[in-house]
Design a binder for this molecule. Structure first.
Ligand SMILES: Cc1cc2nc3c(=O)[nH]c(=O)nc-3n(C[C@H](O)[C@H](O)[C@H](O)COP(=O)(O)OP(=O)(O)OC[C@H]3O[C@@H](n4cnc5c(N)ncnc54)[C@H](O)[C@@H]3O)c2cc1C
Ligand code: FES
Length: 266
């Protein structure tokens, strides 16, 4: 884990309330795996908010340009969106465990809801290097206004299916409806599921994985004050509460095998 201050290279709006930020760090890029995250503090000597905020690593370009995809939801992300080229951010990371990649002959099926696409694009880049099979992705947003990154995903030549809840782009419905349709067919292969998105979506994906006996990795979000196991603010209940009642999302995750989590408690 490193702490670095890096100047922002780019920070541009790519959708409704959604920004894509890039900064360069050869040392952080060389250590980072898909599914890990950074704790970021904004701008020069800002005391409000005092705490860093966690962000997934969205991708690496040109070997050392790290990308962060984020939505404005509150004070920290609003401050982040106001930063310009050359402004410094303070970054601690990489943190967390990252995704376990499938074997080369297994098919990866990625399920992303909204900002859940953030860590899955980096995963897609890594999968492209090791997988012989075409990667399949189900991607869902509330409406066409929130849809981002579809061109970049098409450039990666993946088998992409899109949903919006109001049907304004792609298939109408929830992203998990696509998963249900897919699993409802006679499966000729057993995909490994990778999912990131809101908790109700992840719960549904995990339930399907159990029902169809599929390996499934979920990337969880929780409130984080420290990012490395000190504050205990990111605890989630485990499914085997006798051995270990809680996992810390920052240290034990953020990626978990679906059966590790008590989904009713989440
Ligand atoms: C491991 C990890 C990776 C993440 N990766 C990304 C990413 O790549 N892109 C991205 O946009 N966001 C990501 N997030 C969420 C991001 O950290 C929060 O949106 C951010 O901290 C909000 O800061 P804020 O100061 O703008 O909002 P705040 O003022 O802190 O909060 C605004 C509102 O958002 C809610 N909120 C804040 N954080 C969370 C959270 N973690 N889970 C649920 N609700 C929350 C608050 O309860 C409040 O209602 C990630 C979170 C984690 C734990
Ligand atoms: S964020 Fe502090 S223990 Fe996980």
């Amino acid at each position: 884990m490193l702490e670095e201050v890096a100047p922002i290279e780019s920070n541009r709006k790519i959708g409704k309330g959604t920004f894509l930020m890039g900064f360069r760090s050869t040392s952080l890029a060389s250590l980072t795996r898909p599914g890990q995250f950074f704790m970021i503090h904004f701008g020069r000597a800002t005391k409000d908010p005092l705490l860093r905020r966690p962000f997934s690593i969205h991708g690496i370009q040109d070997t050392n340009r790290l990308m962060i995809l984020y939505n404005i939801v509150g004070k920290g992300t609003s401050l982040l969106s106001a930063l310009r080229e050359g402004d410094p951010i303070s970054v601690i990371g990489p943190l967390g465990n990252g995704f376990t990649l499938p074997r080369p002959n297994e098919r990866a099926l990625l399920v992303a809801g909204g900002m859940g696409i953030a860590p899955l694009l980096f995963l897609t880049q890594a999968l492209k290097r090791v997988q012989r099979r075409r990667i399949k992705m189900f991607l869902g947003f509330p409406t066409s206004q929130e849809v981002v990154l579809t061109d970049q995903l098409k450039d990666l030549d993946i088998d992409l299916s899109l949903t919006t809840e109001d049907g304004s782009l792609g298939t109408r419905g929830l992203v998990t409806d696509l998963l249900d349709q897919y699993l409802g067919q006679e499966l000729t292969e057993r995909p490994v599921l990778y999912a990131c998105g809101p908790a109700p979506m992840l719960r549904k994906v995990a339930q399907r994985a159990v029902a169809f006996n599929l390996r499934c990795y979920v990337s969880l979000e929780s409130h984080m004050a420290c990012g490395f196991g000190i504050c205990q603010g990111c605890a989630v209940k485990t499914s085997s509460s006798k051995d270990k009642p809680y996992y810390y999302v920052c240290q034990d995750g953020p990626v978990f095998s679906a059966e590790m989590i008590d989904w009713e408690a989440l």
